[in-house]
Every structure is written in structure tokens, then in C-alpha cells.
Design a protein around this ligand. Structure first.
Ligand SMILES: NC(=O)C1=CN([C@@H]2O[C@H](COP(=O)(O)OP(=O)(O)OC[C@H]3O[C@@H](n4cnc5c(N)ncnc54)[C@H](OP(=O)(O)O)[C@@H]3O)[C@@H](O)[C@H]2O)C=CC1
Ligand SMILES: CC(C)(CO)C(=O)C(=O)O
Length: 292
């Protein structure tokens, strides 16, 4: 298959390498347009280097947006302006957080398959054309709008190339679940400059519970099936399982980069305001991070 990936960063290069290794043609798009064919390297989990080649951009059969959440809409705008995409070509959004799908859905033709995806793989950029595969994890996918004609072939493509991939009829459920966990772990670790595991300490338990309770009330009002005690336990499990990790938001803050907080806690706050619900703990957290 001919796959165009917009966003040649850590996750874009990881998925690109895995698609290419499975025999597919991968081309990249950047903020300024098509990226010429080049050699890339993936540092695999066993330490060995996999060299692979991207192609020049041709008419794609699938488009995957692998930018940060705050870059996704502009990536789609650039593609629609510069490429003659068929309205049948599926567009897959693969970023953390939620929000850009609403604006992007409105920009695409009604029949264009818009697929949302969430990745629990880990990738780290080592050089402009080299990434390290830092963690294995599932990819969740599902159709948000448009024709479902390619659902099965897209799932087969992901399962054959990436491995652990799951199709969801209600894709917003797994995306919300990841957002809820990120909405607690990421800003706390970024605010206090601590590893994920440190959130399991006694001093965080009250704040964790309050954040989980608020987030669940908003999620439930958005028809997401989750209980505060379940989320609290999941947050502790993820924090313990990734104890030595520095969350992506902590890494962004430390490096002086923009964070995705507007698409994680910011999305929750937006939903709360729409529904007339209070969320003081999440608002305080956003303010603490934005002011720091
Ligand atoms: N890295 C990881 O382990 C994981 C990441 N994720 C999520 O995946 C998403 C991508 O993360 P990650 O790959 O780490 O981020 P990166 O910053 O490494 O990659 C984003 C890429 O998009 C490029 N880009 C920026 N603007 C545009 C644009 N308008 N059009 C096309 N390309 C553009 C960037 O180019 P430039 O560098 O020139 O700005 C960069 O190459 C995020 O939402 C992240 O939270 C999810 C799970 C794990
Ligand atoms: C699960 C967690 C918190 C792992 O670090 C993550 O997804 C992130 O850092 O963005």
C-alpha cells in the first residue's frame, strides 16, 4: 500500500519504518510540504539498526497524521491545499489528546473516512532521520465519520505491520480513556518535575483522587463509561508500570517545547464548560503549568 505520513517525527518515523518493513511504500509530508525520498534508521528494541527508505510523495491510498495534537489541523490544511487527495482516501489521526478531530471532520468531505487512533508504542527521536523504539504497546483505531468500506483492510494493514492493533466501533471510548489517564499523570509530573512512579507516593493520593473524580464526572456526561475508583486504580497502575518514565509533558516542559495540555486537560475543561460542570482541580493544574 502507498501510505503518506504527515509528521516525520518520533511516532511518524516509527510507524513508517514498521510499514516499510512489512513491504509498504511510505512517503512523508512536513509543515512545508512533501519531504523527498530519503534513508531513515530505526533503532529496534533489541538494539539493532534497521535502515529503510521513504519514497517521494505519490497519490496515497492512506494518509496518517502523526504530528502533535496542536499541529494536526494545520497538517491537514496543508495536505488538502497541496495534494489532490481522493475523497475516498482515509485520513487517520494518530496523536494524543482530543479536539482536532472536530475541526478536521468539518474540513473533510462527508464520505472521506476519518479514523481516530491512539498509540501506546514509545519512540524517541535520536537524530533527524533516526528514532529509537522505546516501548511496545497497543494501537487502538476506529472510524469517526465517512465510508466504512476500508475498515477491514486498514485494520489488516496495521495488524500485519505494527502488531498489537484493535478496531473499536466506539473509538472515542479508548481515546477518552487514554486522555483521562494522561490528564492526571502528565500535568502533575510536568508541574513537579517528577517521574511517573513518584505519583504513587502518599503525598499525591488526595490530589490524584480529586482529579480522577472531576475527570470522570465530565467523561460520564460525555457518555464515556468510567468510574472514578477505576480511573484512580488505572492511574496508579500506569504510574507504577512506567515508574522510571518522564512523561511526554515533563519532557516537553523540560525542553522548553509547547505541551499538548490544551488537548488533554484543556479538552476536559472545554467539555465541562459546555455542560455546565465545575472542574476546579483541572483548571488549577492548567493554570499552574501555563504560569510556570
Ligand atoms: N513519541 C512517543 O513515544 C509517543 C507519542 N505519541 C503522540 O504522537 C504524537 C506525535 O508525537 P511525536 O512523534 O513524539 O512528536 P514529534 O514532535 O517527534 O513529531 C511531530 C512531527 O510533526 C512535524 N510537523 C510539525 N508541524 C507539522 C505540519 N503542520 N505538517 C506536517 N508535519 C508537521 C514535526 O516537524 P518539526 O520537528 O520540524 O517541527 C515533527 O517531525 C503526539 O500527539 C504524541 O503525544 C503517542 C504515543 C507515544
Ligand atoms: C502513559 C504516559 C503517562 C507514560 O509516560 C504517557 O502516555 C505520556 O507520557 O504521555
Amino acid at each position: 500500500m502507498n501510505i503518506l505520513i504527515s509528521g516525520a517525527g518520533a511516532i511518524g518515523q516509527l510507524y513508517g519504518a514498521l510499514f516499510a518493513a512489512a513491504g509498504h511504500q511510505v512517503s512523508f509530508y512536513g509543515a512545508n510540504g512533501p519531504i523527498a525520498a530519503a534513508e531513515y534508521q530505526l533503532q529496534q528494541r533489541d538494539g539493532t539498526l534497521l535502515s529503510w527508505h521513504s519514497s517521494d510523495v505519490q497519490q496515497p491510498q492512506i494518509v496518517i497524521i502523526c504530528t502533535k495534537a496542536y499541529q494536526a489541523e494545520s497538517a491537514v490544511i496543508t495536505l488538502l491545499a497541496q495534494q489532490q487527495l481522493s475523497p475516498q482516501t482515509p485520513v487517520i489521526l494518530l496523536h494524543n489528546g482530543l479536539g482536532p478531530h472536530e475541526a478536521i471532520a468539518a474540513r473533510l468531505a462527508a464520505k472521506t473516512p476519518l479514523i481516530l487512533a491512539s498509540s501506546r508504542q514509545g519512540a524517541l527521536r535520536m537524530a533527524s532521520k533516526q528514532v529509537k523504539h522505546t516501548g511496545l504497546g497497543a494501537t487502538d483505531l476506529g472510524l469517526l465519520q465517512g465510508s466504512s468500506a476500508m475498515n477491514e483492510s486498514i485494520l489488516a494493514l496495521f495488524q500485519q505491520s505494527i502488531g498489537d492493533c484493535h478496531w473499536h466501533q466506539q473509538v472515542l471510548q479508548p481515546l477518552w480513556h487514554k486522555l483521562l489517564i494522561n490528564s492526571v499523570i502528565n500535568p502533575l509530573t510536568a508541574r513537579d518535575r517528577v517521574t511517573n512512579g513518584e505519583l504513587c507516593g502518599h503525598q499525591y493520593q488526595t490530589e490524584l483522587k480529586q482529579l480522577c473524580a472531576e475527570a470522570c464526572q465530565i467523561a460520564q456526561a460525555c457518555h464515556i463509561d468510567i468510574q472514578p475508583e477505576t480511573l484512580f486504580q488505572q492511574v496508579l497502575n500506569v504510574a507504577a508500570a512506567t515508574a522510571s518514565n518522564r512523561s511526554s509533558m515533563l519532557q516537553d516542559v523540560t525542553a522548553g517545547r509547547m505541551t499538548e495540555i490544551d488537548y488533554i486537560n484543556g479538552y476536559l475543561i472545554k467539555q465541562a464548560q459546555r455542560l455546565g460542570l465545575a472542574c476546579p482541580a483541572h483548571q488549577a493544574l492548567v493554570a499552574q503549568l501555563t504560569d510556570s
